[in-house]
Design a protein around this ligand. Sequence first.
Ligand SMILES: *Cc1c(COP(=O)(O)O)cnc(C)c1O
Length: 378
Amino acid sequence: MSPSPAPPEPRPQDRVVLMNPGPVNVSEEVRAALTLPDLCHREPEALALMQRIRRKTTRVCGGDDRYAAVLLAGSGTTALEAAFSSVVPADGRVLVIDNGHYGERLARILSVHGIAVEHLTFGWGTPVDPAVVERSLAGDPSLTHVALVHHETSTGMLNPLREIGAVTARHGRSLAVDAISSLGAEEFDLVADGVDWCVGTANKCLEGFPGVSFVVGARERLAALETVPARTFSLDLHRHFVAQEHDGVPLFTLPLQVMAAFDTALDLALREGTQQRHARYTALAERLRDGLAERGLALRLPPEHRASSLTAFALPDGMTYEELHDGLKAEGFVVYSTQARGEREFRLSTMGHITGEDITRFLSAYDRVVTQYAGAAL
Ligand SMILES: *Cc1c(COP(=O)(O)O)cnc(C)c1O
């Protein structure tokens, strides 16, 4: 397949900048890679594409030859559900660390599958205390797994993965991590962080299109899932692993066009590197944070807890979220609501193909929207 030339970048005034935390703006190279010749998912070209992505997603997580990825058609939640419904045995129990919407959601996913949960709630935007996790594990030998959201996208808080990994390993339990909004932009190393199961998706900090997600774990542990009875038919991680790893053929149809774009996105992510991408997102986020703080908006979290890619801000005085959203949408910027019920708050993400010029234009657009609103209210 010869790569088609990248189409020109849209003019700034025609561009819609996605400041929601995924799906993200993609680069023109990634968009161009969507256009594949029609292809059967069981032909050698498709199988080679699947294996390339399996290797690259494993690398993005810091996995070496002992680790393998399982690809799934679907959004990040599909991969979360595949992982959690497949890795916990019938007599297993999961300590769910919850300090926001996505932690709450993990507990709900487990409950749907009838899996026993110990729900450890810290409160939205409250830092996770590894000592409390340690006490829970020490006091309850029936807990077999720990579930953690790395970047809690509801508040923009980055949770202490390394510390939780160390505590979990010290107590001989398994750690499963929702790294959906951190992989690619936050430091993450399966081996050093002691992660047994890592869940990720194409369309957040890895800067691909939505439609494909993945679970990465040690080959040995994936093979050992044979003894865990499946709770679902289509999300049975062990069957997917055997099909992809040993038969070399996906169990079901995979979204090949989205995967071709993801393959290119992974090349770009690996070439840029997590540290550089972290620095790029942080620089953009800092311009937003400084710009909006100067304009009087409070930030939800102190700097030491912030992820690089997302910030929660208080709404400007008097304005509703819908008024702010619709004003900015008309200017070509998509902002994101809060998931915290009753909070006067909104969120801005800098993940994806966003430029410094986009941020400059955003701040001017923000000024116009707020000024117009104030003028209309007089
Ligand atoms: C976005 C997100 C999800 C859900 O991903 P979908 O692709 O919408 O299913 C899960 N967890 C976290 C932390 C997220 O940011």
